[in-house]
Design a protein around this ligand. Sequence first.
Ligand code: GDP
Ligand code: MG
Length: 748
Amino acid sequence: HPSAPTLMMNAHFASVGEDAGKEEYEHGIQVIDEDKVFNAHLNNYLNYENIVPAGFNYHLISVFGSQSTGKSTLLNYLFGTQFGVMSEQERRQTTKGIWMSKNKRDTASNSMAENILVMDVEGTDGRERGEDQDFERKSALFALATSEVLIVNIWEHQVGLYQGANMGLLKTVFEVNLQLFVKDSKTIPRSLLFFVIRDHLGHTPLQNLRNTLIADLSKLWSTISKPAGLEKSTIEDYFDFAFVALPHKILQPEKFEAEIAKLSTRFREGYNDPKKSGLLDEESLPVFLPQYHRRIPADGFSVYAEGVWDQIVNNKDLDLPTQQELLAQFRCDEISREVLVAFDEKIAPLEDKQAADATIGKPSVLPKLGEAMNTARASVLKNFETNASRYHKGVYTRKRAELESKIDARLKSLFQKQLNAAHKAGVEGFTNAVSAAVKGGQKKGNGYDFAHIVETEKASAIAKFEAEAKAVLIEGAAWSTYKQELNLYQKELDEVSSKLRKEEMRRLATRVERWVRSRLDESIGVEFNKIGTGRGGSGAPEHGDRPASEKDLWDRIWTIFTETVENAESRFTDRARSFDASPEEVEVGLWRLRRKSWGVLRAKIDEEVMEGNILLKLRENFEDKFRYDESGVPRIWRPTDDIEGMYTKARESTVTLIPLLSRFKLSRTSAPPPLDAWIGSAPESVSPADEEDLAPIGGVDEDEGKSLEEEMTILSDAKQQDLLVRFKKTADGVYVEAKRSAIGGMTQ
Ligand code: GDP
Ligand code: MG
């Protein structure tokens, strides 16, 4: 089994133009030297001759024939080349190996095809290289693998010499052709065998010479061994033939040159005509038919030729489709690298910017990123297609997909990071915009519609995100969608909205609490002040009874309190509903409000029963009873008055206030108000944050170890005792003063 074909990967493209010079390439380039070494600078030459960018628009001709039959001379006249020719005197072989040169004729003036390359192949006739048939075979293989046209150069007098050197050469060509092209029968390229008959004397018409040659070739074809299944094949299945006869160059120089000029016009582009195969007998038919072209793109020719030669020279099985595939891989990779340079120049700075932003933790939305990505992507793919699509379709398609996924991986990352930046900036912008609008509303003082603010800002944040996302969509890339990202974005905006709404709820709660405080401050203060009057402002106390204002003090306080909070609750609910707070959020808010309000009330009561305050009120209460008569008229004490009796009565009446004030209880039930039931248990949705700033309430928060009784204890026993002592002292003072005034009134 033959070893796998390989491609020589010399530095074909490394030194393009460096050592290319007029002088060096004056005689063309020696593609293969006499030691069968391939010239690594072939691409330099093709570059120098501007063939590399030609795509398929070039032609390759090889000339074969015995040594010293004027081959190089013919090429030099026909194509203006400067291949070395044997001097008339020396008669030594000049052309060694295989030379190549570009057509130097002015192609425009005689309608010759553009970019004709000619290969001058070392001739064999056994004189110089003797029995070395090896090179003949190798060069024939090489020429057939690369060339569209094989010029066979023979003397007129050799025509019909069936045993001659030319027949040996042609036999080799035929065998090699079968070896090369029959494997893959679908893509057998035809070749043109162009016989140039030299030193045509003119006695025998070209037509006769042609018939003789064709007869000999057919005979030759019949003798070569063919692969199974192709035994019946004819020579015309693989070759077209053309013939031309040239006069003796030395004897008829002018005629020779005139015929050469005529011949040159045949090296023009032909058109594919399916009916036109086999013999091309008309003398003016074009030489370059499309079906002869080997379809190796010019920029891959040197790599291909080297790979082919490597296989040939190492006697490996030369498999052209494999060679073409290897070439395609090599060139597609190279083209890929080339086109990526421009892509990289455009894209890398953007990637760097994103990376720098990421390291400082500040992703930014890059302006015009979408435009840059789209043009970079389109141009990299277009450039790749332009150059690489000439190569093996399967390989090209695969390499294109590779390239696409390579660039798309980078573009995708840019795209994603841009969306992330847009997301982050959008959320931040939204938060700030809502806060600013709320602040603006607060400043104006005429209130604001929180729900409307959130709705408006959310819509504009989404519009902005969508615009930014649309701007970075990549045309023709299926992955480039932002649906999922938009969903995430909307979700986060919703989350932020609910966070902002919670803050707004807190602000609302604070406002409502403040309102509760100021209302309770006033109304509870009024209730306590009534104690001072001792009559509740409602005339004379009924005998032996507490005035109504004293007896139901706590009932009224509870009522005022619950009504005030109820009012606050409905304010809170209305407002919270207006900005779409959820029922759960409202429930938590109200629960908090009730607890906080209780705290407010409790603090207010504590303030009212502070030592100084309550003592003053007791004294006022006592004095009111002691110093005023039933009609509210101040008493003028006389010695006859039962001052002591009245003192005792008033004092005892006031003293009973102390235990009354000491416990918050309702007169109807003689029990504390149902604070626990009124506050209610904590809603399901309450969060630790909601409870953080709440003071524990006895009897409500069971695990606090404080009972409702304790919560409702306004004055402890010790305090009561202390208050009693102090009050009595104060009352005593008033009594002494009254006694004195009575005596004083008497002495006056
Ligand atoms: P090559 O070895 O086939 O490339 O032959 P060359 O081009 O080097 O020519 C060999 C010799 O043949 C040279 O001395 C030429 O002058 C001579 N020569 C070239 N063309 C012709 C021709 O048309 N007729 C004859 N008789 N001699 C020619
Ligand atoms: Mg020569």
